[in-house]
Design a protein around this ligand. Structure first.
Ligand SMILES: O=C(CO)[C@@H](O)[C@H](O)COP(=O)(O)O
Length: 236
């Protein structure tokens, strides 16, 4: 099997397995939400099919598309110059494919994108309110506030434009798309899933904190320091 086909195989298995993390952490219900990953070295991505139950997702149902969201099942030349062909399922890619594709085209360091409707983060999105950085965990993972992106209709690249415009100037790997829910990015799909899990966790904690009174802000210089340690030292 060619290196490209092996890579597609691996990315499909990873993307499929990561969808199980969305249900494990209760970030989605029914068929809501989606995970995608870039196929390293190629202008290709892998994303879940639209409207399929999480219990029925299998690696071979993950759809390979180009970075405009069009399903593709062959390349005339892989990295070695050889033609490659693979099977795509007879299913449409996720309704958010154009949004994910836009992110990959405009943020070359992003290798994974995730969308959930996790309850607390989506509640903040419904109010169009950014989550203030009042927890060390937020300084660590998000490097500041989790911002709100614009309202955008589903289906074309409007959501993608909102994600890129909002996150380009921020440390945060998460954006709360107004009236919709969180979208997260990462160097790979696993990191984007982690950001989605963390986003829900801090959305819940800050919400509860606000029921008790006004959460205490953290000095921006200390947030930078937390972010730097977590991103560059923690776990090394
Ligand atoms: O909110 C949305 C659409 O943006 C998604 O969460 C959908 O609910 C899931 O759509 P598919 O990925 O199954 O098309």
């Amino acid at each position: 099997m060619s290196a490209l086909l092996e890579t597609i195989d691996r990315v499909r298995r990873d993307v499929c397995a990561l969808h199980a993390e969305l249900t494990r952490y209760e970030l989605v219900v029914w068929t809501a939400g989606n995970v995608s990953a870039r196929v390293p070295g190629y202008d290709l991505m892998v994303i879940k099919p639209s409207g399929v139950s999480y219990d029925d997702l299998t690696p071979d149902l993950m759809v390979v598309t180009d970075l405009y969201g069009t399903p593709v099942s062959s390349l005339s030349a892989d990295a070695d110059g050889a033609a490659a062909e693979w099977e795509n399922p007879a299913l449409s890619p996720s309704s958010d494919t154009a949004a994910h594709a836009y992110v990959y085209r405009h943020m070359p360091d992003v290798g994974g994108v995730v969308h959930t409707h996790s309850t607390y983060a989506t509640a903040w999105a419904a109010r169009g309110e950014a989550i203030p950085c009042v927890l060390t965990m937020m300084g660590d993972e998000f490097g500041g506030t989790i911002p709100v992106g614009p309202f955008a209709l589903i289906g074309d690249d409007s959501i993608g434009r909102g994600i890129v415009e909002t996150l380009q100037e921020s440390h945060s790997p998460a954006v709360l798309m107004q009236n919709h829910g969180p979208f997260t990015i990462g160097k790979d799909a696993r990191s984007a899933v982690k950001a989605a899990v963390m986003c829900e966790e801090v959305a819940r904690t800050v919400h509860i904190s606000r029921q008790l009174g006004e959460p205490l802000p953290i000095d921006p210089a200390l947030i930078e320091s937390l972010y730097d340690r977590y991103q560059n030292v923690y776990g090394r």
